[in-house]
Design a protein around this ligand. Structure first.
Ligand SMILES: [Zn+2]
Length: 284
């Protein structure tokens, strides 16, 4: 079995907020990178113990977050996207996909650092289902016949993954403490909004990751689980929050048969007229 692992930084236990943790100019960025890389190494160890033969790890955090000097030497690492979506899954070699350090989608209550791509997105939906970064890639994987077997990160993300891919193995490292959806927030307000969470100790999280990954790998060939229910054609609606230089905006795109091609299409943005119009655009 060949496995692709998507990684991100905001869902890692110990990582607190955007202000001081998630970019190269931030005080705790190096610590955040270490915490992610050690979570990932624990999962990698479990996957190999469970029967995975080879692994490609994708560095999914915008400015990059994996520390290659600490990374398990049995894996290869993908940095940067050659041709956009589906983010390196397209070479035909992968049987399964997993996520480590993932956060929930924009608008998720009790998420520590919920967002979709960036904090400008209010909602992204495909065929009436609101999805985040996990859902976009899980849908692309499904159309390539690649099974989503493992989803690790914050608690609200685990629930999101289980709802979209029933039976996926989840591991939780922290749980957000901020109620509400933050729909009233501008991009900057949303970025600053949800820095509260209860974190499990990194050593405890790594043990859970190792055990969960081993179990997910062992179960990977059981039954038809691991796929998103997809029905073409695909209609995508994006809704953006207000920013310092733009009002609330929305856009749509459609593709007759491919999620990956849909994700690579541009969106023509138009202003959201008013709150009633916004309510019509949102699906969740
Ligand atoms: Zn992300």
């Amino acid at each position: 079995m060949r496995l692709y692992i998507m990684t991100d930084l905001e869902g890692v236990a110990g990582v607190r907020d955007f202000a001081e943790w998630t970019g190269p100019d931030k005080r705790y960025y190096d610590l955040a990178r270490e915490l992610l890389t050690e979570e990932l190494n624990a999962a990698i160890d479990g996957f190999f113990a469970g029967g995975v033969d080879s692994i490609l790890v994708a560095d999914g955090h915008g400015p990059g977050a994996l520390d290659i000097t600490r990374l398990d030497p049995r894996v290869e690492m993908l940095r940067g996207w050659g041709s956009g979506w589906p983010l390196g899954l397209e070479d035909g070699s992968f049987d399964a996909i997993a996520w480590v350090g993932q956060h929930a989608k924009s608008r998720t209550p009790f998420s520590n650092m919920a967002h979709t791509q960036g904090c400008r997105y209010l909602e992204l939906s495909i065929n009436g289902t609101a999805i985040g970064e996990f859902g976009q890639l899980a849908m692309c994987a499904t159309e390539l016949g690649i099974r989503a077997i493992f989803a690790a990160g914050e608690e609200a993300f685990a629930a999101e993954a289980e709802a979209l891919v029933p039976g996926v193995t989840t591991v939780v490292g922290k749980r957000g403490t901020k109620p509400g959806r933050g729909d009233e927030c501008s991009e900057a307000q949303y970025r600053a909004r949800n820095g509260g969470a209860i974190h499990r100790h990194p050593l405890v999280v790594r043990e859970a990751l190792r055990a969960g990954a081993k179990s997910a790998a062992e179960r990977a060939s059981d039954g038809p689980s691991g796929y998103v229910d997809l029905t073409p054609p695909y209609h995508c609606t994006v809704v953006y929050r207000e920013t310092d230089c733009a009002p609330r905006q929305f856009g749509t795109r459609m593709h007759p048969d491919s999620i990956s091609k849909l994700m690579n299409m541009p969106v023509n943005l138009q202003p959201v007229r008013d709150d009633a119009h916004l309510a019509e655009l949102l699906v969740d």
